[in-house]
Ligand binder design. Structure first.
Ligand SMILES: Cc1cc2nc3c(=O)[nH]c(=O)nc-3n(C[C@H](O)[C@H](O)[C@H](O)COP(=O)(O)OP(=O)(O)OC[C@H]3O[C@@H](n4cnc5c(N)ncnc54)[C@H](O)[C@@H]3O)c2cc1C
Length: 486
């Protein structure tokens, strides 16, 4: 018996005059090869000239709008992914995986074949475990799990894909209580370069499982689904406290001592913004009631030594809190998507794409007075930009740095220099350089930064050597190639 896929592949090879016995054609794929690939998929292949091509090729950051892949394959199954990888191997076509398309460097698009897993977006839950398709967007993950009274720790941006987030770690607003997204990962299905579909867990392909928890997307294979341990949800308390810029130094000094040492249920960030005016804000989420939250906030305010100029503290349903953190407080779940009819989009979607530049650090020690002064000077520099400090510690820090591929367990907080206005790249570069003497050389692979020189050490620290071994074992021919591929 020859199945439909094998038949179509055989016909395409015959038509292309493939070299017998090698499986390789002499040149790149011909139009007929692409057509055969499209016919062989349960999903859809979109090619230049197709009506939806421009929509399909564009990722979240519009800075990469000039990139034109030769095909975007919306894969419905792991078998579709295997088929795409076989095509890439056979024809020497560069291949790129894509979930939510939020890679800071645009590394989920390219000149060859984009394997988009968005159609695999199912979310199911049973007995404290959630199985989530690799193309699910975070807004759908939160909403579908909330309907079952559970959740997983994950990021804020609603259209980030669960695959990219998890494979790189996954910092979120309940991570101090429940860990990184990769910390609650129990198993994943991944299609490796040879087209095999592997289930990885602590007992099956444990090295690949380890590498898939912080080693970064796009390195080891194409993940198609993840199984996570869930936690029950409950009402939470949200807060946003603003101070006048003249208090920024006192706020930063107080926050960096208070936030990483707070009880696990308390997560917060400190935003130092210049957009367009200067602003300092401490916002966050407390997994508990308002009175207990207020008492913790009093400790912060006492440390600052002056009351906020503006404050909001309110109890919220868990799922609504995730919509607030997503910037979708006044939208429906359907609206909290990119508009469109392609997989991952929603016809009612209202979210627009962005053009931004960003860089990151991790703070392993509190900033000195000189460090605080230097950071505030970068924020106050001309332009429109923001520095975002996200508290770590708690459950994140109780995992050993080598227990997963994400090594920054002892960091007190993450640091992001983010701008989406004219001059963004040069400001982010200057701010990062100015703060390097204060924060040192540590970076988050999910805020991937093509300009980093010693990126291996910065993203992975002492885990880099083990990651290289996993890469050699599972992708010896380096089918998956990133400019910063492990
Ligand atoms: C606005 C915004 C907000 C963010 N907020 C947070 C946050 O709160 N917390 C946090 O930790 N991070 C956050 N991030 C960073 C985010 O986690 C990373 O950019 C992440 O890699 C995006 O995943 P994605 O699937 O959306 O992106 P993609 O661009 O699709 O993928 C990212 C990388 O993973 C690879 N990849 C994609 N799918 C697969 C797959 N199925 N199998 C294997 N590799 C794959 C891609 O090739 C690419 O290299 C944010 C990013 C943005 C732009």
């Amino acid at each position: 018996m020859i199945d439909r896929r094998s038949f179509l592949r055989a016909s395409a090879l015959a038509g292309a005059g493939a070299f017998a016995g090698t499986g390789f054609t002499s040149a790149g794929p011909r139009p007929a090869d692409w057509s055969a690939l499209g016919r062989g998929l349960d999903g859809t292949l979109i090619r230049p000239g197709d009506a939806s091509y421009d929509n399909a090729r564009r990722v979240f950051n519009s800075a990469f709008d000039s990139v034109r892949p030769t095909g975007v394959a919306y894969c419905r199954t792991a078998a579709d992914v295997s088929e795409c990888l076989a095509f890439a191997r056979r024809h020497g076509v560069p291949v790129t995986s894509r979930s939510g398309g939020h890679s800071y460097a645009g590394w989920s698009t390219g000149s060859g074949l984009v394997i988009d897993v968005s159609p695999m977006n199912g979310v199911s839950h049973s007995g404290g475990h959630a199985t989530i398709g690799a193309g699910a967007r975070l807004v759908d993950v939160y909403a579908k799990l909330a309907a079952r009274g559970v959740s997983i720790p994950a990021g804020s941006c609603p259209t980030v894909g669960v695959a990219g987030l998890t494979l790189g770690g996954g910092l979120g607003v309940v991570s101090r209580r429940y860990g990184l997204t990769c910390d609650v990962l129990e198993s994943l299905k991944i299609v490796t370069a040879d087209g095999k579909v592997l289930t990885c867990s602590p007992n099956s392909h444990p090295d690949l499982f380890w590498a898939s928890r912080g080693g970064g997307g796009g390195n080891f294979g194409v993940a198609t689904s993840f199984t996570f341990r869930t936690h029950p949800t409950r009402p939470v308390t949200l807060f946003f406290l603003h101070w006048l810029w003249s208090k920024a130094s006192a706020v930063l000094k107080a926050w960096q001592a208070w936030a990483p040492a707070a009880p696990d249920a308390m997560w917060s960030n400190c935003h130092l913004g210049h957009d367009p005016s200067l602003d300092v804000m401490v916002g966050g989420l407390y997994l508990g009631g308002k009175a207990a939250c207020e008492s913790l906030l009093h400790k912060l305010v006492d440390r600052v030594g002056s009351a906020p100029s503006n404050r909001y503290v309110a109890v919220s349903a868990y799922d609504h809190a995730m919509m607030v953190e997503a910037g979708c407080a006044s939208m429906s779940v359907a609206q909290c998507h990119r508009p469109g009819t392609l997989p991952g989009q929603n016809p009612s979607g209202r979210l627009v794409r962005d053009s931004f530049s960003a860089k990151s650090h991790f703070a392993y020690t509190p900033l000195s007075s000189a460090g605080i002064k230097a950071l505030l000077a970068q924020v106050a520099a001309p332009g429109r930009h923001i520095v975002m400090l996200d508290a770590m510690g708690g459950a994140i820090g109780r995992v050993r740095p080598d227990a997963t591929a994400f090594p920054h367990r002892k960091a007190l907080f993450s640091v992001q220099y983010f701008s989406h206005f004219a001059g963004a790249a040069s400001w982010a570069r200057a701010a990062h350089a100015a703060m390097r003497p204060h924060f040192g050389d540590h970076a988050y692979v999910n805020y991937v930064d093509p300009e980093l020189k010693n990126w291996r050490q910065q993203y992975y620290g002492a885990n880099a050597a083990r990651l290289a071994k996993v890469k050699a074992a599972y992708d010896p021919g380096r089918l998956f190639r990133l400019p910063q591929g492990v």
